[in-house]
Design a protein around this ligand. Sequence first.
Ligand code: SAH
Length: 346
Amino acid sequence: MSAQKKDIRALTKDQLRDFFVSEGDKAFRGNQVYEWLWHKSAHTFDAMTSLSKETRRMLTDNFVINHIKVDVMQRSTDGTIKNAVKLHDGLTVESVLIPTASRTTACVSSQVGCSLDCKFCATSRLKRMRNLNPDEIYDQVVAIDNESRLYHNRPLSNIVFMGMGEPLMNYNNVLKAIDKITSNEGLGMSPKRIVVSTSGVPKMIRKMADDEVKFKLAVSLHSAIDEIRTSIMPFNATFPLKDLREALEYWYAKTKNRITYEYVVWEGINDTLKDVEALVAFCKFAPSKVNLIEYNPIDDGIFQQANAKAIDMYVSKLEANNITVTVRRSRGKDIDAACGQLANKA
Ligand code: SAH
């Protein structure tokens, strides 16, 4: 029986209104239910106390609410929290709460596993099982917002799509989730506080520009030299740097939004002057910011964080070329919650 019931959150507000009209009720009832489902994040129809018993029963007979369940919550000594989130079909993804002095950031997943094959990332070892639905992305954010209020006495302030998966390969659902997150009928967060991070899918970057999205874009670059980037991010053979750069030029021309590059410096891979110069040249076409991220080792030991001298060289060359650069420390390493460590191990 329940297999035939529809996931109610797959319906738009208009579809919900139409449903109530087809049941001989008022369209307005659809608005009420929509508010319960999104803004109030109701887990059951019984929780929708402004509806009559009959209406609640009728909804229970027709629909399910596929709410995520935080299965395991781990807390790091630095305040970072990692949630292992169980989906309605039994699959698991992870999301992370990252507190700093001034903000709480949610790092959310967009896919179960990942179809890309970045050699340095633990998630790439889980093959892609499926895309997350908009509600499954939304629910991760709500769960982290609740934890932020509970453990840090403040609401969530920022969201980064840097968990499992490649958001631009689940673009429509990511966009729908962000619409709900930013809408006053959902969480009412500003899109300026949301960053979508991509390995760089040129066609989708152009689409984002055409769609005039208001959130920010980060690109996981790691090398501005094709041979090197292809050796660590093999899909670069399909989407080489020239295509990526042209798509980013298009993005900048349309949105005038600065581009952030995520970049790890590894010993013996991208730690020479030639690598830095290629990065500087790559960043020239638009205002850019480079985040140098600390490498979080994943078991095989092939990759090693470059030494401080190499990082200093990057920082001074980038600064000399007026490119903003930050050196980011890892958070939550003790619970495998840092970038690239999400691998459903908990
Ligand atoms: N697929 C998207 C989002 C997920 S990865 C993307 O590639 O951007 C989130 C960030 O973590 C990316 O910048 C990625 O390059 C980085 N990352 C992956 N593995 C890492 C590791 N082991 N240590 C540090 N950063 C890593």
